[in-house]
Design a protein. Structure first.
Length: 474
């Protein structure tokens, strides 16, 4: 749409005699990426129209016509009947054009009273993120559920627990899977906590100083689902803490996805052979017919770079900005949108991969004691008998060296060999040299004993149900 002199409509053109240079127009345009904010901008516009009505700036008929036009514009946007043009600078400009097409400038032009693109975009982005945060939590819950289902099936499956990627102590494979659930549960807790701080409405702050019109930011906040209106108009339009904090949460989710992805890559390798991936979540090679590649896990690992990079991009943009609004803040949206898109792409694929993978139980249990993984259990047995841990550690260390020298397992040594290595190593020490006993013995809170794994599952199911309820808006 153009104004009466034939020039393209802009929200800021009144002070200028000429139009912007083509280079400036290309640099300034954001409608190609901020168009996804349409439903949130229109929701805020409806709330603003009602506030204008309560302030006496729209009569009953004008309000009804305004709301009707905004509803019709939203319908047209959803149907693809109304789209931005190359002359629309941003989503706000495009939607005002659509409103004026429906109402004319006499009525349509009234909606802009008492608000600015500065408080509009800050409000729209909060609404968008609060909405999509719940969707992300729903997808995280699906991944948690897939991990817990596998963990329940393998609470008693022994696996090699590792430090430094070296065999350390036997653990329940279910225990290891639940370690990832706890990480994702913390991610969800952070998002829920973030939402409390993001639930503050900037609308009514205007460009930076509020408005002299008799508006009601608190009522607008309530209508839009915010818990409060911003207490400082300058901070409201200038801060993007909510976006940066969301990007941190997204980056942490990415880090946890990457760690799980790395383990799955290892588990699926020929060297480990702990799992077999479903064909539906694997790919092959264009040249090697035998290959079955863990692309889902690798892409989850790789896309973490985007999530971390988006956080760094926004923090760098925000650093050193003076109050209040600066055009640099146009750069806040693309990192946010990309992180949302990335998580909603990766999370369902990872949930499907985990849910459908087959665990090679025999392989896990056969390798659980490898690498003298029961050495710590033996040392702790000596401690329970009154041997100082320093001496117990040294005695078992000598035992391991002896076994390595003669290519024997600890349980294969004769009574004479044990006594020659150290006086503390009596024949009955063999009683602890079995994996099921080692697992069962670690029954303290948080331990890897199968009973404790089942306790974790019970607590986690309750927690995950609460997370799912939050995501559903309950």
């Amino acid at each position: 749409m153009t104004v009466s002199d034939g020039k393209p409509m802009r929200l800021w053109g009144g002070r200028f005699e000429g139009g912007p240079a083509d280079a400036l127009t290309r640099l300034s345009v954001s409608v190609h990426f901020d168009w996804r904010l349409v439903p949130y901008d229109l929701a805020a516009s409806r709330a603003h129209a009602r506030v204008l009505h309560r302030a006496g700036l729209l009569d009953d008929d004008e309000l009804e016509r305004m709301i009707g036009a905004l509803d019709d514009l939203e319908r047209a946007c959803k149907a693809g009947e109304f789209r931005p043009t190359v002359e629309d600078e941003d989503v706000h400009t495009a939607l005002e054009r659509g409103l004026l097409e429906r109402l004319g400038s006499q009525l349509g032009g009234k909606l802009r009273a008492g608000r600015s693109r500065n408080d509009q975009i800050a409000t729209d982005l909060r609404l968008y993120l609060r909405d999509h945060a719940r969707t992300i939590v729903s997808r995280l819950v699906e991944l948690e559920t897939a991990l817990m289902t596998q963990a329940a099936a393998h609470a008693e499956t022994a696996a090699p627990g590792m430090t430094h990627l070296q065999h350390a102590q036997p653990v329940s494979f279910g225990h290891q899977l639940l370690a990832h659930v706890h990480a994702f549960a913390r991610d969800i807790d952070r998002i829920i906590d973030w939402d409390k701080r993001a639930a503050v409405s900037p609308l009514g702050s205007g460009a930076l100083a509020g408005s002299s019109l008799p508006l009601d930011p608190v009522a607008v906040a309530a209508e839009l689902g915010f818990s409060a209106a911003a207490p400082n108009s300058m901070d409201a339009v200038a801060e993007r803490d909510f976006a940066a904090e969301f990007l941190f949460d997204a980056a942490m989710i990415g880090v946890h996805l990457s760690r799980l992805g790395e383990e799955i890559v290892l588990w699926a390798s020929q060297e480990f052979r702990w799992i077999e991936m479903s064909d539906a979540y694997s790919t092959g090679s264009s040249i090697m017919p035998q290959k079955k590649n863990p692309d889902v896990a690798e892409l989850a690992r790789g896309k973490t770079g985007r999530l971390v990079g988006n956080l760094m991009a926004l923090l760098t943009t925000l650093k050193g900005l003076p109050l209040t609004y600066n055009r640099d803040l146009q750069e806040d949206k693309e990192p946010v949108f990309d992180s949302v898109d990335t998580l909603l792409l990766v999370l369902p694929a990872m949930a499907g991969l985990v849910d459908t993978m087959r665990v090679n139980t025999a392989r896990l249990e056969a390798s659980a004691p490898d690498g003298f993984a029961l050495a710590t259990d033996l040392a702790e047995l000596l401690v329970r008998r009154g041997v100082p841990f320093r001496d117990a550690h040294e005695a078992v260390g000598h035992l391991v060296v002896y076994c390595q020298s003669f290519d024997k397992d600890m349980g294969e040594l004769t009574d004479d060999e044990l006594s020659k290595i150290n006086e503390y190593l009596t024949p009955d020490v063999r009683d602890v040299l079995n994996v099921p006993g080692a697992l069962a013995a670690r029954k303290a809170h948080g331990g890897t004993a199968p009973d404790r794994v089942r306790d974790q599952l019970t607590a986690l199911r309750e927690s995950v149900d609460a997370q799912a309820a939050w995501a559903a808006g309950s």
